[in-house]
Design a protein around this ligand. Structure first.
Ligand code: MN
Length: 338
């Protein structure tokens, strides 16, 4: 049984942490929280850690309303919290991810649904990219171990699945759908309604206005500059909004940051792999990019646009990089940027 296999690699005389990626999203939080509860009921004392800023109102609402205890590492008090002889279980990400804090502790286990990144040898590894959400995998741990999920825990996992699968909107999420149904029967649905209610930050409105003003649509691809210093999460939300534009099947949004330009990319075209296109396009200018079939991100360093004056010239270069990638990238597997 998976849960027993997991616990068999934990040394209960050493400290145990469950690490989430940066910034943690609902799927990651739900997964970490439920596996933490399961470990506690089996006699372990895990603590959930993360770095980065949680700025999405619904994610904050989720953490507060469900009273989830999380420890942020990048603060003065906690920066040296995790030590070399501590143990870490990574959830919804992998040790090699660029979006997790790299700790000196021993990474004993990994539970994730992203494509396998490297060959790090965890004592226990459960990486299953065929799942749309890590929350679905965690449900299986509970189910197999006859652990009774509370209505609130079930609601939390449902929320994780909904966010990571875009409300189960694609055919590839068949595995998650069965789990969603099983959870739905036990979940406290009132909690879910409450979380979803406050999802727009006032500053998102101005970002959206800027993004629509700077929108260019060319060959069913929407390109937009969202202004300066936008959080990755805001860019991602914006990309999700723009993909719903009529006749748009691919979205590229970006924001200027201190060291260059951050990108968020979406594809609804099965022959355009967002992750591969990002990786190809951005590596041409010494940037970094990658991700899944439908969602990707990346960064282009400032120096790549140094010779250009004005936003229009930057946009033109972005368009030509992406169009070049369209011509050169056949559709295939995911890449490692997250
Ligand atoms: Mn996830």
């Amino acid at each position: 049984m998976r849960f027993n296999d997991l616990t068999s690699v934990i040394d209960n005389s050493r400290r145990l942490y469950i690490q989430m990626h940066r910034p943690p999203d609902p799927d990651c939080i739900a997964s970490a929280s439920v596996i933490s509860d399961m470990l506690k009921s089996a006699g372990f004392s895990p603590q959930i850690i993360y770095s980065g800023l949680i700025s999405k109102p619904e994610t904050m609402e989720l953490i507060n309303s469900m009273e989830i205890k999380l420890i942020r590492l990048d603060t003065e008090t906690n920066k040296d919290l995790v030590r070399e002889d501590d143990q870490v279980i990574v959830v919804d990400c992998q040790k090699e991810n660029s979006n997790i804090a790299h700790l000196s502790a021993e990474y004993i286990a990994c539970i994730d649904h992203h494509p396998e990144l490297g060959n790090y040898q965890y004592a226990y590894s459960d990486i299953r990219p065929e799942y749309g959400a890590c929350s679905s995998i965690i449900y299986e741990y509970a189910h197999e171990a006859n652990y009774d999920l509370s209505p609130v825990q079930a609601a939390l996992l449902i929320y994780g699945i909904r966010i990571d699968t875009d409300d189960l909107s694609r055919r590839k999420y068949l595995l998650d759908i069965d789990i969603f149904c099983a959870l739905y029967k036990i979940a406290n649905l009132d909690v879910l309604t409450k979380i979803g209610r406050n999802s727009i930050r006032p500053e998102d409105i101005s970002t959206t206005i800027v993004a629509y003003e700077n929108l260019t649509i060319k060959n069913n691809v929407a390109y937009s500059f969202a202004g300066d210093d936008k959080a990755k999460e805001s860019l991602a939300e914006l990309a999700d909004k723009l993909i719903s534009l009529a006749d748009v099947s691919f979205v590229v949004v970006y924001s200027r940051c201190f060291n260059g330009f951050n990108f968020s990319i979406r594809s609804q075209n099965n022959s355009l792999h967002a992750g591969k296109i990002a990786k190809y396009a951005f590596s041409k200018v010494n940037g970094d990019g990658g991700g899944h079939m439908f969602m990707a991100g990346g960064l282009i360093p400032k120096v790549a646009f140094m010779d250009l004056i004005g936003g229009k010239a930057v946009m033109e270069r972005v368009i030509s990089l992406i169009e070049e990638a369209f011509e050169n990238i056949p559709n295939s597997v995911s890449t490692s940027y997250s």
